[in-house]
Write a protein that binds this ligand. Sequence first.
Ligand code: APR
Length: 238
Amino acid sequence: MVAGRQQNGEVLLVLTGAGISADSGVATFRGPDGLWEGHRVEDVATPEAFARDPALVHAFYDARRARLGAVEPNAAHHALARLERDWPGEFLLVTQNVDDLHERAGSRHLIHMHGELKSGWCRACDARMPWDGPMGTSAVCPACRGAGQVRPDIVWFGEMPYAMDRIEEALSRCTLFASIGTSGAVYPAAGFVQTARYVGARTIELNLDPSQGSIFFHQTRLGRASKIVPAWVEELLA
Ligand code: APR
């Protein structure tokens, strides 16, 4: 599962959501300027939507992939990469985000539970491949050479998030659980805090506004991720 110098017996699991990338200029999903304000989830983020109107769905994800070239990791992403390097215990970062800002900041023990914008998935041969630039409806799979079968490697509503076995295993042993920049609106991620509580972990939420599951956390710190995450990491490593 996890990295770390494994000296203090602590198992730290950090969950991130769109709020951690907001200070980098990546739109969140919910809220006044959220992505879902301009789109109905059912039109762009379900397998049914893709079957009905693949061009629309590709255009939505192609635009978001293109946007990645214009944004950079912020202080919160960098702080989590430092935490992974310097934490004297086990560490796992689970993100709901499909951007690549955590890895660009240096995080390595990272699970993208909702997939990745820079990955394609061929429905003909089941291969997954790195993807840069637009995908569109006629993309050719580099593995099987089939055309028009590659879809964004994104977990849509109604689909199973990735690596749930690894995440559940880490959750079952975690001693500290932190949730950063997520509204707690989407399961299973929204339920991780309750599992962490059940196994006796300390739990902390760092977010701009209290999340829907705020009452389940021992501690809540409100503010912009780029400010409060580096401060929290500083405290943890002190
Ligand atoms: N710093 C910290 N938190 C912020 C910031 C910021 N600068 N800006 C916004 N937030 C908080 C908001 O208060 C909100 O609680 O980030 C959260 C973002 O919530 P959502 O937009 O719902 O994003 P997320 O929780 O990641 O969504 C979960 O929903 O649609 C799906 O698959 C998509 O992975 C996504 C999932």
